[in-house]
Design a protein around this ligand. Structure first.
Ligand code: GAP
Length: 438
């Protein structure tokens, strides 16, 4: 498979257009003019986003015995966010342009107002990114709640619950997928940076002496995950943060970066959080968040290695990496070369014509495949047009039912990438498609 130029500046617009036109991602509340860089995931987008999350869960939880899952609340009390350091330090530097009055994140604009070109700004002030709200019908101090800006804290506050209910011991991890919210000053680049987004995070608890080794291990694992799902190695790189750039909790952070149309930027961060989180929550809550090792008779606060990915951001990177234009039979086509595990539909069942004779056997093929694959069923337009439509949304295999199928009980399977077509007996179809997923 050739690797597309994901740094092509026009690629972003192309993918945004495709995403809207084919039902991957819509601007939220569009009929009201949209709402502040929020997005809705349409019929194909929701399938793909679920596939990204399922692929992560499979690798990070299902295929391991040392990681368990969690689904914690989005709303949390101020005490959690005071202990985590977010109320104090989860800020970005905010400046106002003195000329046009637009507000910007200082570290993202290189001293020039993107709106009017002015270089005159107010002093930067710390802007907290937390969304504050109230829980319950009575306003006031005790009712204040925050929407979580990361899923991670749920894993720390449930550390004892998970330890006692699962009898896991370090090294072990707790994984979570879910929505997070940040009042970003400048959301940008489609779903790359939004105020509401989805994260896939895992907190891996280890003995302090083993932290460095596990940090390196998870960097490699996470890099490999993207490659395994179809991102070419030359579109990825690892970037280790300098000590002075580390977040308040971190002893070491390495980003997996992707070659976006605007340049190298973060896809996922892997951090060595030390014992910061468990110590902070122990002190603030009074609960002892420690591990007692019966083998050595030692009590210690585990260190945390955290691979923290964005589900929505990863989906965008997979779309950018998959987008190709090539020429088939003298005609340019757009094709999403998505890994079959991520494609919104894995199979499209296409009766050659709308004639009622083909309906029965086509429905039979659909019923055979639906329990095993996400299937589309399309009878509109010419078969060539339908192949192009499926290529454009990344469907790896089209199954065409024609008039011969009535006689020979066989169908044509077409491969998205090679466009090769082979005749397969219906009785062998499921096994034949399964073999292509190996
Ligand atoms: N618990 C650590 C943590 O949250 P982070 O680097 O701030 O670390 C982790 O976030 C990942 O979450 C990022 O690498 C990115 O993929 C995703 N992410 C963070 N902020 C985002 C935003 N505003 N929009 C979309 N994705 C975001």
């Amino acid at each position: 498979m050739d690797s597309a130029l994901t740094t092509d500046p026009e690629l972003l617009e192309k993918v945004i257009n495709l995403a809207k036109r084919r039902g991957f991602v819509f601007a939220s509340a569009e009929i009201y003019g949209g709402f502040r860089s929020t997005y809705d995931y349409g019929p194909l987008g929701v399938n793909m986003l679920r596939n990204v999350k399922a692929a992560w869960w499979r690798t990070m939880v299902q295929m391991r015995v040392d990681v368990v899952g969690l689904d914690a609340a989005i709303l949390g009390p101020p005490a959690v966010w005071a202990a985590s350091g977010h109320l104090e330090t989860f800020t970005d530097p905010l400046v106002d342009c003195r000329k046009c009055k637009e507000r910007w994140r200082e570290d993202k604009i290189d001293g020039v107002c993107p709106n009017c070109g002015s270089t005159e700004f107010t002093e930067a002030r710390a802007f907290n990114l937390m969304f504050k709200t109230q829980a319950g019908p009575v306003e006031g101090e005790g009712a204040t709640a925050y929407l979580r800006p990361e899923t991670a804290q749920g894993m720390f506050t449930n550390f004892n619950n998970v330890l006692s209910s699962t009898r896991k011991k370090p090294p072990f991890g707790i994984a979570q997928i879910g929505k997070s919210f940040r009042n970003e000053i400048t959301p940008q680049n489609f779903v790359f940076r939004t105020r509401e987004f989805e994260q896939m995070e895992m907190e891996f608890f280890v003995a302090p002496a083993e932290a460095e080794q596990w940090y390196r291990y998870w960097i490699d694992q996470r890099y490999d995950w993207y490659v395994d799902l179809g991102i070419a190695p030359d579109q990825l790189r690892l970037h280790e943060h300098a000590l002075e750039d580390l977040s308040h909790y971190s002893r070491g952070t390495t980003d997996v970066e992707f070659a976006y149309p605007w340049g190298w930027d973060e896809l996922e961060g892997i951090a060595n959080r030390g014992d910061y989180d468990l110590t902070q929550h122990s002190q603030a809550s009074g609960a002892k968040l420690e591990y007692f090792d019966q083998g050595t008779n030692e009590r210690y606060t585990p260190y945390v290695i955290e691979p923290a990915a964005g589900a929505t951001r990863a989906m965008m990177a997979f779309l950018l990496a998959a987008y190709h234009e090539d020429v088939v039979e003298g005609e340019t086509r757009t094709v999403l070369r998505l890994d079959w595990r991520l494609a919104p539909y894995q199979v499209a069942v296409l009766p050659l014509s709308k004639k009622p004779e083909l309906e029965g056997v086509s429905q039979e093929v659909l019923a055979l495949l639906q329990p095993h694959f996400a299937c589309d069923y399309d009878v509109t337009q010419s078969i060539g047009r339908r192949y192009r439509r499926q290529d454009e949304v990344g469907t790896p295999w089209c199954v065409t039912v024609d008039f011969d199928s009535l006689e020979d009980r066989a169908v044509t399977v077409r491969d998205r990438d090679s466009t090769e077509q082979v005749r397969v007996p219906i009785a062998e179809l499921l096994a034949s498609l399964r073999a292509r997923t190996q």
